[in-house]
Design a protein around this ligand. Structure first.
Ligand code: AOS
Ligand code: ZN
Ligand code: ZN
Length: 388
């Protein structure tokens, strides 16, 4: 059986993956949202469910919130609630995509009053960050146009800069602005932050505390995502990951489900670039569980990241470097693939037990009876969903 060196064990022990609160609410497609019994009815219950993932894996110590979906009266109280459950509050995600005023844009809108409203929403998010102790403000913008000629592409980019600069100004010294990109959807012709280059150009113009979020589902098919990871790390601008899987577009499926090898390649570049367990790079999930149970879906997800991390840590980097320098193409590729093909699951199970964790977190959670308990306890009330 594979064994992990003390260095690999130390790296695995430090790994932390932030969970999105919205993964615990009901979600679906525009065709149907299937409800799950026991779905959280408020942010408190979402955090309680997220804490289950951490309890069985020790991999998910923080939960990202989304405003307005997770708006509460008392953020100190929510923070204490998280603490009582053994987790902390993490990134605050803004939302400028569910308001009629934003039909033609928010931070890029032609109308200064609409831009002001969108900026004020981000100010509210920063106030919340101050109360929750969150470091990161994550901005994903649904802005763009559907038809050639509809919008002044250049003007929108300039207004985006001005709006982001106003938001950036308001951040505290220990806080960061993280700008996510996505190549299309909901806009179909042009998107104002479609790619890493645009996100990089915008955050570079703001300052050191503005960085890029790379959502693995936000690229065209065939894109070499690990190259982007390498480049952003090289430039010191990779702020965070939104991990998920895609088959076709922004599918938001379980990370590592569609293409485990791609996840391995991405994590290898993270390690190569010094981003693993670096405070500068936040690992997050951005997923929806439309047909599977949400808590086990999140447990499976963090375990997938852990497994590919363990495999990527097994790459013999000095042998790889020697093969690369010698121009030994096949040997370099063999070293890389040997690590990828290593089944680390038995070693991880043993290592978990040595740390007082269940060998099989999926099974331990299933046997805990938690899902049946919340289904019984949380009857009535309005279930929280994507957008609720
Ligand atoms: C949207 O496609 C993005 O992935 C965002 O990260 C979004 O904020 C998230 O899915 C929840 O709103
Ligand atoms: Zn995302
Ligand atoms: Zn997305």
């Amino acid at each position: 059986m594979t064994t992990f060196s003390p260095e690999i064990q130390a790296a695995l022990a430090q790994q932390a993956i932030e969970l999105p609160s919205w993964a615990f609410g009901n979600s679906g497609t525009r065709f149907k949202v299937f409800a799950t019994p026991g779905t959280p009815r408020d942010p408190y219950e979402k955090i309680a469910d997220a804490a289950q993932v951490h309890r069985y894996t020790a991999l998910a110590p923080t939960v990202a919130l989304h405003i307005p979906w997770d708006r509460v009266d008392d953020y100190d109280d929510l923070r204490r609630h998280a603490d009582d459950h053994g987790v902390a509050l993490g990134t605050i995600n803004s939302n400028t995509f569910q308001d009629d005023d934003y039909k033609f844009g928010a931070l890029t809108h032609e109308d200064a009053a609409v831009r002001r409203k969108a900026i004020d929403h981000h100010f509210e998010c920063i106030d919340i960050m101050d109360a929750t102790g969150s470091r990161d403000l994550k901005i994903w913008l649904a802005e763009g146009s559907n038809y050639p000629g509809q919008a002044d592409l250049r003007g929108r980019q300039d207004r985006l800069h001005d709006s982001l600069a106003t938001i950036y100004e308001r951040l505290g010294d220990d806080q960061r602005l993280v700008l996510e990109y996505k190549f299309f959807e909901p806009a179909f012709y042009h998107t104002d932050v479609p790619d890493w280059g645009t996100s990089y150009a915008q955050v570079a113009a703001l300052g050191d505390r503005a960085v890029v979020c790379l959502d693995t589902g936000h690229h065209a098919p065939g894109t070499n995502i690990e190259f982007i990871v390498m480049q952003l790390l090289r430039l010191g601008k990779l702020g965070s990951f939104d991990f998920n899987s895609r088959f076709y577009a922004d599918d938001d499926l379980i990370v590592g489900a569609a293409d485990p090898f791609q996840l391995f390649r991405i994590i290898f570049e993270v390690i190569r670039g010094g981003g693993l367990n670096s405070p500068d790079v936040a690992f997050m999930l951005d997923q929806c569980h439309n047909i599977e149970d949400k808590i086990p879906g999140q447990i499976r997800s963090v375990l997938n990241v852990q497994e590919m991390t363990a495999r990527a840590l097994l790459v013999d980097r000095s042998a790889l470097e020697a093969a690369q320098k010698a121009g030994d193409v096949l040997e370099a590729n063999r070293i890389f693939m040997d690590a990828f093909y290593t089944d680390v699951r038995p070693a991880l199970a043993e290592w978990r037990v040595s740390r007082g964790l269940p060998a099989d977190p999926m099974r331990a959670f299933a046997e805990s009876g938690y899902l049946a308990q919340i289904a019984a306890d949380r009857v009535g009330g309005v279930q929280a969903g994507w957008g609720a």
